[in-house]
Design a protein around this ligand. Structure first.
Ligand SMILES: Cc1cc2nc3c(=O)[nH]c(=O)nc-3n(C[C@H](O)[C@H](O)[C@H](O)COP(=O)(O)O)c2cc1C
Length: 171
């Protein structure tokens, strides 16, 4: 897919066809996160690629908005260290947002849908994934081919009006 088409086609996909994702494609999607920029190139993140059905099922219980994870072909857990201070916390989250979007665009480029989930029950998420106590599972990204309509550029996305959001020169 062209980059511009991938940007316009990405949307949260929460129902998946059940078709497995080839390992090379999962590797590429993870590599997109690995290549993402971060403040001072700190790369505080770790990514856990999950394809085991039992783990995916269990991950579906760590947050009310994680119900799409059990039906995904795979998920990527985005892990951060407990931050030393508030500034680190803010920057780590910013960095993770960039990694998330790189992962989602790389998936869209391959026709693979992706869906965010927050994580509520940290102890459970850490136990499922073997994450050490001084780290936390910040977000999950479900991955899979869309069950319904395939990814295609969206003409009118559900967004605030462009002219209200984009300013030129001054607010
Ligand atoms: C920080 C963040 C957390 C999110 N958490 C969840 C979640 O827990 N469960 C979920 O289904 N979607 C979650 N989403 C997806 C958003 O609801 C979605 O991106 C938004 O409604 C825009 O829709 P779109 O991604 O299809 O364009 C999250 C998105 C972001 C950026």
């Amino acid at each position: 897919m062209e980059t511009w088409d991938a940007i316009r086609a990405r949307r949260n996909v929460r129902t998946y066809s059940g078709q497995p994702i080839p390992q090379a494609d999962l590797d590429r999607i993870a590599e997109a996160g690995w290549r993402a920029p971060s403040a001072s190139n700190r790369q505080h993140w770790d990514f856990i690629v999950v394809t085991d059905r039992d783990q995916l099922t269990e991950l579906g219980t760590v947050w009310q908005g994680a119900r799409h994870i059990p039906g995904a072909a795979a998920a990527i857990a985005l892990v951060l260290p407990e931050p030393a201070d508030d500034r680190t916390r803010v920057i780590d989250q910013y960095d993770l947002g960039q990694a998330t979007y790189a992962i989602m665009l790389a998936a869209a480029d391959l026709g693979i849908g992706s869906g965010h989930s927050s994580v509520g029950d940290q102890d459970k998420a850490r136990a499922i994934l073997g994450v050490p106590d001084d780290h936390f599972v910040a977000f999950l990204i479900g991955l899979g081919y869309p069950a319904g309509r395939p990814l295609a550029p969206i003409a009118r996305p559900d967004r605030r009006p462009f002219d209200q959001v984009v300013h030129h020169g001054r607010w």
